[in-house]
Structure formats: structure tokens, C-alpha cells
Design a protein around this ligand. Structure first.
Ligand code: DGY
Length: 326
């Protein structure tokens, strides 16, 4: 039997490449520059499966792939895909949840600690040879332990953040999500709040919710106005959940103390972004899940999902189950 054709737009480890080669024909698109995108367009007409991340796969591109059966995204977020379009075409979309939960929550806590204790700013001061006397109140940060941790979006990553805050740092946890989660409340003594209450009460306001039509622009001028001058804003979800201009204004006006940002309205973040002129901003390049171990686990999960789908089996992490006939 002819092997199915898979187009990878992400490099995989040799072990995973070997696994794929045993089962399918592989075309590897090395990078997503203009030459790579042209290569992708050439490969799409033959593709049965696609695997990769960080590329908006819209109808313009996917209309070039009439044989496409499955897309395995190496990410938990699926905002790069038009799910209605995929469902209409009966293309199975899978993602890689679970394996990245703990690592992404670690990133959230790295940003909490870095902003509160001014780690980047003060480390830069030392590196610049400007540590010439004992530091004083002008360099003091604020405590993390015992402060109120506010989590917006109590999914898997929100829970892992709550676990760290509650057990590791003795933080009261408040959260906002679609609906209250009694099991979370019990495990982490967490309390449900309306969005307004959370923004008014939390010392750390952490976004962990996916980007959807409902969450786009959720945090803007009005929401920043509800926060307190000592609040620290953390975003490890998607940049577009926040009105970035409003965030910059809130930081400039001292409406909030600091921001720890792993995601931005546009990525990569422009070197000209006003965010980079603010000492109280810690900006990281979308590293939520970016560890050797976790990225390999995500790639493996995506390969499993794709091979299952192409073999006519239900992928474990199917995003659009309505396509599945069973
Ligand atoms: C994810 O898995 O969604 C990460 O943010 C990488 O895009």
C-alpha cells in the first residue's frame, strides 16, 4: 500500500523522524521564511497530514490541500486554526495538552518572581557594573509569598499555577473562569471571583486562558483601571487577550506595578516596542513550554496524534471531535 504523505513544518528529533519514516512519506519544511512557505505551498496538494506549530493555517493555504485528513499542532493553543473550516472539511485537528502544563506553570512563576523581585532589572544593573553601594529602597521589590494570586482561566495551566502558589508560596488563590470549579477550590482553598472582583483584589493577575472570539481584548483600558498600583500583571496565554496599548498606558501611568509577559499582540515582539523601554516589564520570547524535555514530549504527542489519525484511529487529543464518526 502507498504510504500517506506528511508535511512537517517543524524539525523533529531523529527518533521521531525515524518513527514517522516507518509509516509515512515525509516532506520537511526547514523554516517558515518565504522560501519555506513557497515549499509548503508546493507540498500541500499531496499532503494527507500536517504537523507543526506557530503558523496560521487559514483557508487560503488549506484550500491547496484537497487530500488533507489531519493536522497535528505541536501546541496546546489552537488559535492558529479555523476550526469551523476544518470541521466542515472533516479534517481532524489535534493538539498537545497535558505534557506542557507543568512547564508552562513554571514559566508563569518565573515571571511572577522576576517581576516582583525585579530580577532582570537588578541583574542587568550588576552586569553593567552599577552595583557600587548597598542597595536601598529604590531597588527593593515586593513579596510573593503570602500575596493574593489571581488566576483568570482555571484550566490545566491555571490549576498548576494555583498549586504552586498555594503549596509553595502560601498564597491565597482567587480565580475567574467560565464557571466555579469546586474541586480546585477544595484542593487549593481557591475562591471564585467575578472578573471585576479579581482585578480589584489580586496582587498577581495571571492570564492562562486560550485566545478565542470571546477572550480577544478581554483585558483593556477598563480592566487595567480596576487594578491596584501594587498589582503585577502576568500573561502566559496569548497576547491578543490583552489590549497591548492599554497595558503600556497602565504601566506608564503607574496604574500597575509591573508586567511579566511571555506573549504579545505580535510575535516576535518588535525591538521598537515601548514595552522594552519600561524597566518594570519582563518580556520573554514565548517560552511557556520551551524546555528540552517538554518540547520533545509535545512533538511525540503530536506524532502519536497524527499517526493515529492517518491510520483511521481516533487521536487522543482531538480538538474537533464532531468530525469523528467512531
Ligand atoms: C502552546 O502550546 O500553545 C504554546 O503557547 C506554543 O504556541
Amino acid at each position: 500500500m502507498m504510504k500517506k504523505q506528511v508535511v512537517l513544518y517543524k524539525k523533529l528529533s531523529p527518533a521521531l523522524m525515524t518513527r514517522l519514516h516507518e509509516r509515512v512519506e515525509v516532506t520537511l519544511i526547514d523554516s517558515l521564511d518565504s522560501a519555506g512557505l513557497a515549499q509548503l505551498r508546493d507540498a500541500l496538494p499531496h499532503a494527507h497530514g500536517l504537523l507543526g506549530a506557530s503558523l496560521k493555517l487559514d483557508a487560503d493555504l488549506l484550500d491547496l490541500a484537497p487530500n488533507l485528513e489531519a493536522i497535528a499542532s505541536v501546541s496546546v493553543g489552537v488559535d492558529n486554526y479555523d476550526i469551523d473550516y476544518l470541521t466542515e472539511r472533516r479534517i481532524l485537528l489535534s493538539n498537545t495538552p497535558d505534557v506542557l502544563t507543568e512547564t508552562t506553570a513554571d514559566t508563569g512563576f518565573a515571571l511572577i518572581l522576576a517581576t516582583a523581585r525585579r530580577v532582570v532589572e537588578l541583574a542587568n544593573m550588576v552586569r553593567a557594573g552599577q552595583w557600587n553601594r548597598n542597595i536601598g529602597p529604590a531597588q527593593f521589590g515586593s513579596d510573593v509569598h503570602g500575596k493574593t494570586l489571581g488566576i483568570i482561566g482555571m484550566g490545566r495551566i491555571g490549576e498548576a499555577l494555583a498549586q504552586r502558589g498555594h503549596f509553595g508560596f502560601g498564597m491565597p488563590v482567587i480565580y475567574h473562569s467560565h464557571s466555579p470549579k469546586p474541586a480546585v477550590e477544595q484542593r487549593f482553598s481557591a475562591q471564585y471571583r467575578s472578573l471585576t472582583e479579581l482585578l480589584q483584589q489580586a496582587d498577581f493577575i495571571c492570564l492562562t486562558l486560550p485566545l478565542t472570539a470571546e477572550t480577544e481584548g478581554l483585558i483593556g483600558v477598563e480592566q487595567f483601571a480596576l487594578m491596584r498600583p501594587e498589582s503585577i500583571f502576568i500573561n502566559i496565554s496569548r497576547g491578543k487577550v490583552v489590549d497591548e496599548a492599554a497595558l503600556i498606558e497602565a504601566l506608564r501611568a503607574g496604574q500597575i506595578r509591573a508586567a511579566g509577559l511571555d506573549v504579545f499582540e505580535r510575535e516576535p515582539l518588535s525591538p521598537d516596542s515601548p514595552l522594552l523601554q519600561l524597566n518594570n516589564v519582563v518580556a520573554t520570547p514565548h517560552i511557556g513550554s520551551a524546555t528540552h524535555e517538554t518540547r520533545e514530549a509535545m512533538a511525540q504527542c503530536a506524532v502519536d496524534n497524527l499517526l493515529a489519525a492517518l491510520a483511521g484511529e481516533r487521536p487522543v487529543n482531538l480538538v474537533n471531535p464532531v468530525v469523528w464518526k467512531g
